[in-house]
Design a protein around this ligand. Structure first.
Ligand code: ADP
Length: 245
Protein backbone atom coordinates (compact mmCIF):
# COMPACT_ATOMS: atom_id res chain seq x y z
CA UNK A 1 0.00 0.00 0.00
CA UNK A 2 2.86 2.38 0.91
CA UNK A 3 4.52 1.62 -2.39
CA UNK A 4 1.26 2.43 -4.17
CA UNK A 5 0.94 5.75 -2.31
CA UNK A 6 4.52 6.61 -3.13
CA UNK A 7 3.94 5.84 -6.82
CA UNK A 8 0.81 7.96 -6.79
CA UNK A 9 2.76 10.82 -5.26
CA UNK A 10 5.49 10.59 -7.88
CA UNK A 11 2.94 10.48 -10.66
CA UNK A 12 1.05 13.39 -9.16
CA UNK A 13 4.13 15.59 -8.90
CA UNK A 14 5.19 14.79 -12.46
CA UNK A 15 1.69 15.46 -13.81
CA UNK A 16 1.06 18.60 -11.79
CA UNK A 17 4.43 20.00 -12.87
CA UNK A 18 3.47 19.51 -16.52
CA UNK A 19 0.04 21.01 -15.94
CA UNK A 20 1.61 24.14 -14.46
CA UNK A 21 4.51 24.34 -16.86
CA UNK A 22 2.53 24.41 -20.11
CA UNK A 23 0.39 27.49 -19.32
CA UNK A 24 3.34 29.20 -17.60
CA UNK A 25 5.54 28.64 -20.65
CA UNK A 26 2.85 30.14 -22.90
CA UNK A 27 2.35 33.15 -20.59
CA UNK A 28 6.10 33.71 -20.36
CA UNK A 29 6.58 33.36 -24.13
CA UNK A 30 3.69 35.69 -24.95
CA UNK A 31 4.90 38.34 -22.48
CA UNK A 32 8.31 38.19 -24.17
CA UNK A 33 6.81 38.62 -27.65
CA UNK A 34 4.61 41.49 -26.48
CA UNK A 35 7.63 43.22 -25.01
CA UNK A 36 9.73 42.77 -28.16
CA UNK A 37 7.00 43.54 -30.75
CA UNK A 38 4.05 45.13 -28.98
CA UNK A 39 2.33 46.19 -32.22
CA UNK A 40 2.25 42.69 -33.61
CA UNK A 41 1.58 40.68 -30.46
CA UNK A 42 -0.50 42.72 -28.05
CA UNK A 43 -3.86 41.32 -29.25
CA UNK A 44 -3.05 37.61 -29.46
CA UNK A 45 -0.66 37.87 -26.52
CA UNK A 46 -3.24 39.28 -24.15
CA UNK A 47 -5.79 36.69 -25.22
CA UNK A 48 -3.37 33.79 -24.63
CA UNK A 49 -2.15 35.18 -21.31
CA UNK A 50 -5.74 35.55 -20.10
CA UNK A 51 -6.74 32.06 -21.24
CA UNK A 52 -3.69 30.40 -19.69
CA UNK A 53 -3.82 32.28 -16.41
CA UNK A 54 -7.47 31.16 -16.24
CA UNK A 55 -6.33 27.54 -16.60
CA UNK A 56 -3.79 27.99 -13.78
CA UNK A 57 -6.35 29.63 -11.54
CA UNK A 58 -8.85 26.83 -12.12
CA UNK A 59 -6.18 24.26 -11.32
CA UNK A 60 -5.23 25.93 -8.05
CA UNK A 61 -8.90 26.34 -7.13
CA UNK A 62 -9.56 22.65 -7.80
CA UNK A 63 -6.64 21.63 -5.59
CA UNK A 64 -7.78 23.91 -2.77
CA UNK A 65 -11.39 22.73 -3.09
CA UNK A 66 -10.34 19.09 -2.93
CA UNK A 67 -8.33 19.75 0.23
CA UNK A 68 -11.29 21.63 1.73
CA UNK A 69 -13.83 18.91 0.92
CA UNK A 70 -11.56 16.26 2.38
CA UNK A 71 -11.16 18.29 5.56
CA UNK A 72 -14.97 18.52 5.79
CA UNK A 73 -14.72 22.30 5.50
CA UNK A 74 -17.38 22.80 2.85
CA UNK A 75 -20.93 23.78 3.64
CA UNK A 76 -24.00 23.32 1.47
CA UNK A 77 -25.93 26.35 0.25
CA UNK A 78 -29.25 25.24 -1.15
CA UNK A 79 -31.57 27.33 -3.26
CA UNK A 80 -34.93 26.18 -4.61
CA UNK A 81 -35.10 26.85 -8.33
CA UNK A 82 -35.73 25.25 -11.70
CA UNK A 83 -32.73 22.91 -11.86
CA UNK A 84 -33.33 22.09 -15.56
CA UNK A 85 -32.94 25.74 -16.49
CA UNK A 86 -29.76 26.05 -14.43
CA UNK A 87 -28.22 22.96 -16.04
CA UNK A 88 -29.14 24.21 -19.52
CA UNK A 89 -27.31 27.43 -18.63
CA UNK A 90 -24.24 25.53 -17.35
CA UNK A 91 -24.02 23.37 -20.48
CA UNK A 92 -24.48 26.44 -22.69
CA UNK A 93 -21.22 27.83 -21.24
CA UNK A 94 -19.38 25.09 -23.14
CA UNK A 95 -21.01 25.69 -26.53
CA UNK A 96 -18.19 27.77 -28.03
CA UNK A 97 -15.57 25.28 -26.82
CA UNK A 98 -17.58 22.46 -28.44
CA UNK A 99 -17.82 24.37 -31.73
CA UNK A 100 -14.08 25.08 -31.62
CA UNK A 101 -13.38 21.38 -31.14
CA UNK A 102 -15.87 20.27 -33.79
CA UNK A 103 -18.00 18.36 -31.27
CA UNK A 104 -21.79 18.43 -31.19
CA UNK A 105 -22.97 19.38 -27.71
CA UNK A 106 -26.61 18.78 -26.77
CA UNK A 107 -28.68 19.35 -23.66
CA UNK A 108 -31.99 17.61 -23.12
CA UNK A 109 -34.28 17.47 -20.11
CA UNK A 110 -37.45 15.48 -19.73
CA UNK A 111 -39.99 18.17 -18.89
CA UNK A 112 -39.30 21.87 -19.13
CA UNK A 113 -39.47 22.82 -15.50
CA UNK A 114 -38.36 20.99 -12.37
CA UNK A 115 -38.07 22.77 -9.09
CA UNK A 116 -35.92 21.33 -6.30
CA UNK A 117 -33.21 22.36 -3.83
CA UNK A 118 -29.71 22.44 -5.20
CA UNK A 119 -26.38 24.06 -4.44
CA UNK A 120 -25.58 26.18 -7.53
CA UNK A 121 -21.85 26.41 -6.94
CA UNK A 122 -21.35 22.69 -6.32
CA UNK A 123 -23.58 21.74 -9.22
CA UNK A 124 -21.56 24.08 -11.42
CA UNK A 125 -18.28 22.37 -10.44
CA UNK A 126 -19.74 18.88 -10.89
CA UNK A 127 -21.30 19.59 -14.30
CA UNK A 128 -18.34 21.62 -15.56
CA UNK A 129 -15.84 18.92 -14.62
CA UNK A 130 -17.84 16.20 -16.35
CA UNK A 131 -18.70 18.20 -19.48
CA UNK A 132 -15.16 19.52 -19.88
CA UNK A 133 -13.78 15.98 -19.50
CA UNK A 134 -16.28 14.72 -22.08
CA UNK A 135 -15.11 17.44 -24.50
CA UNK A 136 -11.45 16.81 -23.63
CA UNK A 137 -11.62 13.07 -24.29
CA UNK A 138 -13.77 13.18 -27.43
CA UNK A 139 -12.17 13.71 -30.83
CA UNK A 140 -13.54 16.12 -33.44
CA UNK A 141 -16.72 14.88 -35.12
CA UNK A 142 -17.96 13.34 -31.86
CA UNK A 143 -21.00 14.07 -29.72
CA UNK A 144 -21.54 15.01 -26.08
CA UNK A 145 -25.06 14.80 -24.68
CA UNK A 146 -26.23 15.98 -21.30
CA UNK A 147 -29.59 14.52 -20.34
CA UNK A 148 -31.53 15.02 -17.14
CA UNK A 149 -34.45 13.04 -15.88
CA UNK A 150 -36.44 12.50 -12.73
CA UNK A 151 -36.44 8.90 -11.55
CA UNK A 152 -37.48 6.80 -8.56
CA UNK A 153 -41.04 8.22 -8.39
CA UNK A 154 -39.81 11.79 -8.25
CA UNK A 155 -37.27 11.08 -5.49
CA UNK A 156 -34.14 11.24 -7.62
CA UNK A 157 -32.80 13.76 -10.13
CA UNK A 158 -30.45 12.18 -12.58
CA UNK A 159 -27.87 13.94 -14.76
CA UNK A 160 -26.26 11.90 -17.50
CA UNK A 161 -23.22 13.05 -19.47
CA UNK A 162 -22.63 10.83 -22.44
CA UNK A 163 -19.79 11.15 -24.93
CA UNK A 164 -18.70 9.30 -28.05
CA UNK A 165 -15.05 9.70 -27.10
CA UNK A 166 -12.07 7.47 -26.48
CA UNK A 167 -13.68 5.51 -23.66
CA UNK A 168 -11.96 3.95 -20.67
CA UNK A 169 -10.61 0.43 -20.26
CA UNK A 170 -12.45 -1.77 -17.75
CA UNK A 171 -9.42 -2.14 -15.48
CA UNK A 172 -9.30 1.63 -14.88
CA UNK A 173 -13.00 2.21 -14.24
CA UNK A 174 -12.81 1.31 -10.55
CA UNK A 175 -10.03 3.84 -9.89
CA UNK A 176 -11.30 6.76 -11.92
CA UNK A 177 -12.60 8.69 -8.91
CA UNK A 178 -9.40 8.17 -6.90
CA UNK A 179 -7.29 11.21 -6.19
CA UNK A 180 -4.48 11.79 -8.71
CA UNK A 181 -5.61 8.91 -10.92
CA UNK A 182 -4.87 10.07 -14.42
CA UNK A 183 -4.32 8.11 -17.59
CA UNK A 184 -2.01 8.97 -20.41
CA UNK A 185 -3.37 9.03 -23.92
CA UNK A 186 -3.05 10.87 -27.17
CA UNK A 187 -5.85 13.39 -26.74
CA UNK A 188 -4.49 14.70 -23.47
CA UNK A 189 -1.07 13.35 -22.55
CA UNK A 190 -1.03 14.29 -18.87
CA UNK A 191 -3.62 15.34 -16.35
CA UNK A 192 -3.76 15.86 -12.60
CA UNK A 193 -6.43 13.32 -11.73
CA UNK A 194 -8.02 15.88 -9.42
CA UNK A 195 -11.19 16.66 -11.40
CA UNK A 196 -13.10 13.42 -10.85
CA UNK A 197 -11.96 13.03 -7.24
CA UNK A 198 -13.28 16.50 -6.48
CA UNK A 199 -16.47 15.82 -8.44
CA UNK A 200 -17.13 12.68 -6.38
CA UNK A 201 -16.51 14.50 -3.09
CA UNK A 202 -18.95 17.25 -4.10
CA UNK A 203 -21.61 14.75 -5.17
CA UNK A 204 -21.26 12.99 -1.81
CA UNK A 205 -21.59 16.26 0.09
CA UNK A 206 -24.94 16.65 -1.71
CA UNK A 207 -25.87 13.07 -0.63
CA UNK A 208 -25.80 11.92 -4.23
CA UNK A 209 -24.01 9.18 -6.11
CA UNK A 210 -21.84 9.16 -9.20
CA UNK A 211 -21.08 6.26 -11.49
CA UNK A 212 -19.44 5.60 -14.83
CA UNK A 213 -19.97 3.17 -17.67
CA UNK A 214 -17.59 3.10 -20.57
CA UNK A 215 -16.48 1.11 -23.56
CA UNK A 216 -13.00 1.66 -24.94
CA UNK A 217 -13.05 3.44 -28.32
CA UNK A 218 -16.82 3.93 -28.09
CA UNK A 219 -17.42 6.42 -25.33
CA UNK A 220 -18.38 6.99 -21.71
CA UNK A 221 -21.44 7.81 -19.66
CA UNK A 222 -21.16 9.51 -16.27
CA UNK A 223 -24.35 9.52 -14.20
CA UNK A 224 -24.92 11.75 -11.19
CA UNK A 225 -27.97 11.00 -9.04
CA UNK A 226 -29.09 13.67 -6.60
CA UNK A 227 -31.90 13.22 -4.07
CA UNK A 228 -34.85 15.52 -4.74
CA UNK A 229 -35.38 17.68 -1.67
CA UNK A 230 -37.57 20.66 -0.96
CA UNK A 231 -36.30 21.95 2.35
CA UNK A 232 -34.85 25.35 1.44
CA UNK A 233 -37.26 28.19 2.03
CA UNK A 234 -37.95 30.30 -1.04
CA UNK A 235 -36.22 33.29 0.49
CA UNK A 236 -33.07 31.17 0.80
CA UNK A 237 -31.01 32.60 -1.99
CA UNK A 238 -27.32 32.33 -1.10
CA UNK A 239 -25.48 31.47 -4.25
CA UNK A 240 -28.12 33.14 -6.44
CA UNK A 241 -25.33 35.04 -8.13
CA UNK A 242 -24.45 31.81 -9.92
CA UNK A 243 -27.88 31.44 -11.37
CA UNK A 244 -27.93 34.43 -13.68
CA UNK A 245 -31.46 33.51 -14.72
P1 ADP B 1 -7.49 14.55 -15.50
O1 ADP B 1 -8.44 14.76 -16.65
O2 ADP B 1 -6.82 15.80 -15.06
O3 ADP B 1 -6.51 13.43 -15.73
P2 ADP B 1 -9.79 13.61 -13.97
O4 ADP B 1 -9.89 13.23 -12.54
O5 ADP B 1 -10.76 14.62 -14.48
O6 ADP B 1 -8.30 14.10 -14.21
O7 ADP B 1 -9.92 12.29 -14.85
C1 ADP B 1 -9.16 11.14 -14.52
C2 ADP B 1 -8.96 10.27 -15.74
O8 ADP B 1 -10.19 9.73 -16.16
C3 ADP B 1 -8.44 11.04 -16.96
O9 ADP B 1 -7.03 11.07 -16.98
C4 ADP B 1 -8.99 10.26 -18.13
O10 ADP B 1 -8.11 9.23 -18.49
C5 ADP B 1 -10.24 9.61 -17.57
N1 ADP B 1 -11.49 10.26 -18.05
C6 ADP B 1 -12.25 11.14 -17.39
N2 ADP B 1 -13.34 11.49 -18.11
C7 ADP B 1 -13.27 10.80 -19.26
C8 ADP B 1 -14.10 10.69 -20.43
N3 ADP B 1 -15.24 11.40 -20.55
N4 ADP B 1 -13.70 9.87 -21.42
C9 ADP B 1 -12.55 9.14 -21.31
N5 ADP B 1 -11.73 9.19 -20.24
C10 ADP B 1 -12.08 9.99 -19.23
Amino acid sequence: HLKEISEFKDRFFTNITHEFRTPLTIIDGMAGLMEAQPEQWSGTGLQKIKANSGILLQLVNQMLNLARTEAGAISVNFVRRDINKYLAYLVEQFSSEAVRKGIELKFESAGEFFEMDFDPEKLMHITSNLVSNALKYTPAGGRVEVTTLVTDNGKMYSIRIRDTGIGIEKEHLGHLFDRFYSLEHQLSPVGTGIGLALTKELVHILHGTISVESVKEEGSVFTVNLPVIHSATLSDTPGAEYLQL
